[in-house]
Ligand binder design. Structure first.
Ligand code: OAD
Length: 257
């Protein structure tokens, strides 16, 4: 579901006022911010987890017992990731950092598009899928290099030790989140003067704890999402719509405020 955004809506204006007043704002993003770049979300209409069982495809237990299941799905998924470019939503967040309203972005996404859009301070809670790592010897290589091998080798073997457990540098179900990233994300949530949540169903923990920390401190909470989220009840303003349309509009109005 993607609602149309009334361009002059009171919600956009209120969101822009809050963003304009922020000096230590933090954005917390999920798959929805990359949907307009052509990357599938996990939940909701067209979501990956409607087609695949996440525990079979993206759990560390499943991966260790049969890495070919993950790589069979990832071989197809890469075709969409490879072509993806930042959309106006990613760029608006980078512009808000540049303008001094946001100190950075905390993302659950592993696609690297915030960095491509120019976000300088980026916390990737679930890792980054552009690198793969051998679980046996630790050797790394670019994800792009694996794609050609996948056509003839499933699962792909480590080029250094021949091991079968070459895994993208992303957090699978059953794995701990990177502790430095988690600590920094919670520090930012404790110190921010605005929390801007974009394109996340807020159903996956511990990541979803991060915006809740800010909400508990009663700093302004702005949610931009095309469907309701569990945190809407605590939000100062909810903008129901697409990130790629709403965020540039919020940034434009904040610049004029
Ligand atoms: P989800 O797929 O759970 O949620 C995406 C949210 O974005 C949904 O609420 C959509 O309605 C909304 N949405 C879709 N398109 C949008 C658009 N153009 N503009 C605004 N909102 C839009 O994604 P996440 O919350 O990121 O974990 O999922 C969290 C984690 O679950 C992921 O990081 C991944 C997954 O399993 C790991 O890989 C460990």
């Amino acid at each position: 579901m993607s609602a149309d955004i009334p361009v002059s809506s009171a919600e956009l204006t209120r969101a822009a006022e809050l963003v304009a007043a922020a000096r230590r704002g933090v954005a917390f993003t999920g798959a929805g911010v990359s949907a307009e770049s052509g990357i599938r979300t996990f939940r909701g209409e067209g979501g990956l987890w409607r087609q695949y069982d996440p525990y079979k495809v993206a759990s560390i237990e499943g991966f260790r017992s049969d890495p070919a299941v993950y790589w069979g799905v990832a071989r197809e998924g890469w075709r969409m990731y490879r072509k993806a470019e930042p959309n106006p939503g990613h760029r608006a967040l980078a512009a808000l950092e540049e303008a001094g309203h946001l100190v950075g972005v905390i993302t659950q996404n592993t696609d690297g598009l915030h960095r491509d859009a120019g976000t300088r301070k980026l916390i990737e809670l679930h890792g980054n899928g552009r690198t793969v790592r051998c679980l046996d010897c630790g050797a790394t290589e670019p994800r792009a290099d694996i794609q050609a091998r996948l056509e003839r080798e499933l699962p792909p073997r480590c080029r250094v030790c021949g091991g079968m457990h070459v895994k993208p540098d992303v957090v699978f179900f059953g794995e701990a989140l990177p502790s430095a990233a988690m600590m920094e994300a919670f520090r930012m949530a404790r110190e921010c003067d605005l929390m801007l949540v974009v394109g996340s169903s807020l159903q996956v923990y511990p990541a979803a704890d991060v915006p809740e920390v800010a909400a508990d401190r009663n700093v302004p909470l702005v949610i931009v999402n095309d469907e309701p989220t569990p945190l809407d009840v605590a939000a100062t303003v909810v903008v129901r719509g697409r990130a790629g349309e709403a965020l540039p509009e919020i940034a434009r109005r904040a610049a004029g405020a």
